[in-house]
Design a binder for this molecule. Structure first.
Ligand code: GLC
Length: 469
């Protein structure tokens, strides 16, 4: 795992070094690559324009002297990267004095965070805009500018207020909301019908349905599984497990009042339940699954149910999907709390304090988070907008009808305890998902794992221990 991360980091740094060589040189008016062509151009053209630019070095005109390069570090899950590139092209068309470059980052949230921290802690100007997770504002605030100083005041009111609040640290808006996320249950309509089953609304019903369909489908398809989700030891497992525990009345690790609540029977019970899925209704390999692993199995028609974020909706309905038109989404099942819970996810755009041109960077961040771009991403990628009025937009609702029907799920999603535990949330989550993972893999039982976790969290945070309310 560590080695894989290290390799990824090195590869990333290489890519960045290459891309940043272009960035810094184009900021330097004496450098021959001031007129460096767009990286999407073919090599012949590159060679030609590079020649031209070296001839031109001494006679660059004033507007080109002022050209800024803004590098945006962003995600590449599903078609995320393509949509970001598309938006950037639109920006570049209208803003010849700012060249935006897109930097692909790893899929798993904490791998991405590890890379970001390398740049941020080195106070590097190589990346100007960072796509940051909804759980990171409290941990990373010190590295970002206050977007209220760069034009965000006029638009902040258009976005969901709780997200703006989440992104506001000491009165500073450190991230422009880009898209929001909530965990959903994807189910195969055709298979429920085939086996004469209702949509499951509790975890017990989900188990029964998943088993029935799996047993039936295995006759023709030995690779078929009942339920796929995110069981790797990473931030995604924190989301899945928070959903299980909240739905079962076991609280969300640490309460907003800064009480450590995670060591309780309701939490232990539902984690044991999830562990019982591994190798029965879920593949053994689920303990290594991230979002894309689950989606791949689902989208190739090899699973009856999937827990995932909204982005999998448009992809599941794409022409190359084996399950196009055969599925729908509903809220995740209920446990003893009597209601299902969706983890609150989502991503923001933050501008680095170490950027050479925070003004240009903020302009890019605001553009990417604007109504038009959020609309494009909602329609083409089922990324949930953070701009309230887009939930009334007919084209958006036509592309993803569940934005309307599951509106309450999105506005009532369960937050992870990132505000209460900042700036240590990432450590809290790491202890948490490691504890849950140890139960899923059978290394530990839930009671012991949660007791140990409680002690670790007390040491880390110095908070009181108590029961979830
Ligand atoms: C999604 C969510 C994000 C979460 C991550 C976990 O990207 O939007 O908030 O941390 O999944 O894998």
């Amino acid at each position: 795992m560590k080695r894989k991360l290290l390799t990824m980091m090195m590869a990333f740094v290489l890519v960045l070094t290459f891309s940043v060589a272009g960035c810094s040189s184009s900021k330097d008016t004496n450098d021959t690559s001031t007129n460096a062509p767009d990286t999407t151009q073919d090599t012949d053209k590159d060679a030609t324009s590079n020649d031209d630019s070296s001839k031109d070095t001494t006679q660059d005109n004033a507007s080109e002297d002022k050209k800024s390069v803004v590098t945006v570090a962003c995600g590449a899950v599903g078609i995320e990267l393509d949509l970001t590139k598309k938006a950037v092209e639109l920006f570049n068309q209208d803003n010849p004095n700012i060249e935006v470059r897109v930097l692909e980052t790893p899929d798993l949230a904490q791998d991405r965070l590890g890379l970001y921290l390398q740049f941020l802690e080195a106070q590097s100007s190589d990346v100007d805009v960072y796509q940051i997770d909804v759980i990171w504002p409290g941990d990373l605030a010190e590295h970002f500018v206050d977007l209220y100083q760069y034009g965000a005041k006029e638009v902040a009111g258009d976005h969901f207020a709780p997200i703006i609040e989440n992104n506001t640290v000491d009165g500073k808006l450190i991230g422009m909301p880009w898209f929001t996320d909530a965990g959903l249950l994807y189910y195969r309509k055709d298979l429920l019908e085939k086996y004469n089953l209702e949509i499951p609304t509790t975890w017990d019903e989900l188990e029964t349905c998943a088993k029935t369909i799996q047993d039936g489908e295995r006759a023709d398809n030995p690779d078929f599984w009942g339920y796929v989700w995110q069981g790797n030891a990473y931030e995604g497992l924190t989301c899945d497990a928070v959903e299980w525990i909240v739905s079962n009345g076991g609280g969300s690790i640490v309460s907003p009042e800064k009480v450590i609540t995670v060591n309780n029977d309701k939490a232990a019970e539902i984690i044991e339940k999830a562990a019982s899925w591994v190798g029965t209704i879920s593949p053994d390999g689920v303990t290594g699954f991230g979002e894309e692993d689950a989606r791949n199995m689902w989208q190739t028609g090899n699973a009856a149910f999937m827990r995932n974020w909204p982005y999998a909706y448009v992809l599941g309905n794409s022409d190359d999907s084996a399950i196009k038109g055969l599925f729908d989404v509903v809220p995740l099942p209920k446990g003893d709390a009597g209601r299902g819970a969706a983890a609150l996810g989502g991503w923001q755009l933050a501008v680095s304090k170490y950027s050479n041109d925070p003004e240009a960077a903020a302009k890019v961040a605001l553009f990417l988070a604007s109504y038009d771009i959020q609309k494009l991403r909602a329609i083409e990628g089922s990324f949930n907008p953070t701009i309230k009025s887009l939930y009334q937009d007919e084209e958006v609702l036509e592309a993803s009808p569940f934005f309307g029907s599951l509106y309450d799920v999105f506005t009532n999603a369960a937050p992870r305890p990132s505000t209460a535990t900042a700036p240590r949330y990432n450590e809290v989550s790491t202890y948490f998902y490691q504890a849950v993972h140890s139960v899923l893999t059978g290394e530990s039982n839930a009671k012991d794992a949660l007791l140990e976790l409680e002690i670790e969290l007390q040491d880390l945070l110095g908070f009181e221990v108590g029961a979830p309310e």
